[in-house]
Ligand binder design. Structure first.
Ligand code: AMP
Ligand code: MG
Length: 315
């Protein structure tokens, strides 16, 4: 049976208004960003935040990232620090999430930050989410638009696969360019990378002293679940399959293209590989493969983020 995708809309003035109307009422929208698609709700509305946790089946201890238009819009909710301003100037809007101290009079719903005194904020760069943020009078709580532990969505149809008509509106903004979640950097003490992304230690080290992801691995972000990003079939890392009926995820040009081979980047470009990761795992699952083998991927730059996601998907 053909799916009825009638809650997926392209973006224009009319659907911008429609989206804002839903968000104003405390309803949820599936929206594109440059990293992955998000499940967005008004971060000042407890109705909206409750819905997000419910739809995703997300554990209550796992706080949400709050999305803003720019630095002027965060002042009521967040205590701004010098390190934050330095990184903001260089990388925002973009795929970087900051953990900062929450201000006393912050209007952010407590459940959204899992009751913590800190808050995770991001300024996404995708032009659709930027116009929605520009015209809304509130920030958006917006985790990835997938059911907890499953693969993150990089297309409007991926969002539909998990939520169907349970959300009123999904905006189609094309494939997410970056394709994996933002880097999370904790600035509440000595800067630490809590979750690797396409931006990393090498991008930050000229600007401030920061611990690499490996060094700060022990200090986990609350709710950073171990099992995550799973396509729902077993993944075996750093091995080639013996069987042609198993899918083989590869990187670079040293493998000859056979039917069961899925190349993340023929040019051996790690950013390109990151942007293809979830799409590839989803394709493999949808083609009916029962097992995925993944060849070794270099652990530098965006490779650190790819390997982090694969390790969690293989749990
Ligand atoms: P996602 O599930 O993709 O929305 O990822 C959000 C990530 O940010 C999760 O791993 C959270 O644990 C992390 N996070 C959100 N808020 C905070 C916070 N206040 N302190 C530390 N980590 C946070
Ligand atoms: Mg997620």
């Amino acid at each position: 049976m053909k799916s009825d995708y009638s809650n997926i809309y392209s973006f224009n003035k009319k659907t911008l208004t429609k989206t804002l109307r839903y968000l104003n009422k405390g309803e949820i929208a599936g929206l594109p960003t440059e990293t992955v698609y998000g499940l967005a709700g008004n971060a000042y509305s407890s109705k909206a935040v409750k819905k997000i946790f419910g739809l995703k089946k997300r554990p209550k201890k796992n706080p949400l990232i709050i999305h803003y238009y720019n630095i002027n819009s965060i002042k009521k909710d967040v205590i701004i620090s010098k390190n934050f301003v330095k990184l903001y100037k260089k990388f925002c809007p973009g795929p970087l999430t900051f953990i900062l101290k929450k201000s006393k009079n912050s209007k952010i719903v407590k459940k959204a930050t899992a009751g913590l005194k800190t808050i995770a904020i991001r300024f996404p760069s995708h032009k659709i989410i930027r116009s929605i943020l520009k015209y809304s009078n509130f920030p958006l709580a917006m985790p990835s638009a997938n059911i907890s532990t499953r693969l993150s969505p990089v297309n409007a149809i991926d969002v539909f696969e998990d939520f169907g008509k349970k959300i009123n509106i999904i905006i189609d903004g094309g494939k997410s360019k970056i394709g994996i979640e933002s880097t999370v950097i904790d600035l509440t003490g000595k800067p630490k990378i809590l979750r690797p992304g396409v931006l990393g230690y090498h991008d930050f080290k000229k600007i401030l002293k920061v611990n690499s992801f490996k060094k700060s691995k022990l200090i986990k972000s609350p709710g950073m679940l171990e099992k995550h990003y799973s396509p729902g079939i077993p993944i075996i890392l750093n091995k080639n399959p013996k069987n042609k009926s198993d899918a083989h995820v590869i990187f670079g040009n040293k493998f000859k293209g056979k039917k069961n081979k899925f190349n993340l980047s023929k040019k051996a470009n790690l950013n390109e590989a990151a942007s293809n990761l979830y799409k590839t795992l989803r394709d493999i699952k949808n083609k009916g493969y029962k097992k995925i083998y993944v060849s070794k991927i270099p652990n530098t730059g965006a490779g650190t983020a790819i390997n982090d996601r694969l390790r969690k998907a293989a749990k």
